[in-house]
Ligand binder design. Sequence first.
Ligand code: AMP
Length: 385
Amino acid sequence: MTEMNVIKPGATIGVLGGGQLGRMLALAGRNMGYRFVTLDPTEDAPCGQVADEQLVAGYDDVAAARRLAALSDVITYEFENVDAEVTEILMKESYVPQGSKLLYTTQHRLREKRAIEAAGVPVAPYEEIVSAAQLREAATRFGVPCVLKTATGGYDGKGQWVIRSLDETDEAYATLSKAGTELVLEQFIHFEKELSVIAARSPRGETKTFPAAENEHVENILHLSIVPARIAEDIQREAERLAARIADALGVIGLIAVELFLTREGQLYVNELAPRPHNSGHYTMEACRTSQFEQHVRAICNLPLGSTELLSPVVMVNVLGEHVEPLLDWIGRPECESEAVCAKVHLYGKHEAKHKRKMGHVNLLVQDIGQAMDWIERSEIWKSK
Ligand code: AMP
């Protein structure tokens, strides 16, 4: 494969992982004329429902990985904890433009932070922790609160301990070191806002960023993404510049989601990266000229990247298990649609609406963000805990 080779529509894209990100990728790619095969252990997975074919097998099933490789012209993944042996097989037997290096980096917080720093982009002050005594010493230096995190395996706030008093350090160390991975202590950033920027880069070296999203979490799970972010334009531009810099420095192919903290003083720190489509980029589906999913397909297939222009202010609100029933009631009512708010509902086809499980999202296209907030309030959907 040379740099300028394009994988043209008609080709088959293999997706490791059959969750909602794979589903929305396949929906976008099928519109463009690509075929999809996905591998996921759960039968009738969200992506399997819309792909041409699903292989039902574990992510560490080597024979299934070989079959995926044989069926696919190009392979991508929709989560970052891909088994190293499987990646190696896929790279040998098919084409994985995203490579394994970026996964290796982003699977591990310490490696990730070092790579971000090497790109000249700021991260919160941090230190690797190898003993309880060192944790106490570092926490004393950083001051409380500070945050102890496992280097691997954490998501949605799991594998983290906010140390609020120096008396907690022994317990925090004992608890998190059970995970059997390295630990990292971070200074607590008293951020004013959490932002994210999704950047795309293609083998031909083109890089484009989507507008920064302002994200609100509830119990560590993304609740809202607001775009345009309610921040000064120069900070929006700076956040996008940092994301593009990371994409270039890390040689990203496909998407990279960059999560940032913004302090009151206007300082940006990168918190973490995800080398894939991201929940905070779902707003692009109707609000941008090109969605993050189409952009990912374009990037891995080496097509020219699409325009990321924002067409409308938008609020993306996540639908968790407990929100499904009230949402289904609400969308049948006339008040759901109005001149002011165009509500685009996306549901992922998951069979069981478990508590806190991501089941879908709604993109609210509005003229001003307040109209979306009113709609959310009036619907009473997100009052369900
Ligand atoms: P993470 O898993 O690293 O994305 O962290 C989950 C959430 O914890 C973030 O979205 C923040 O709200 C909070 N958090 C993580 N690290 C820090 C930090 N160093 N300072 C302040 N808040 C943090």
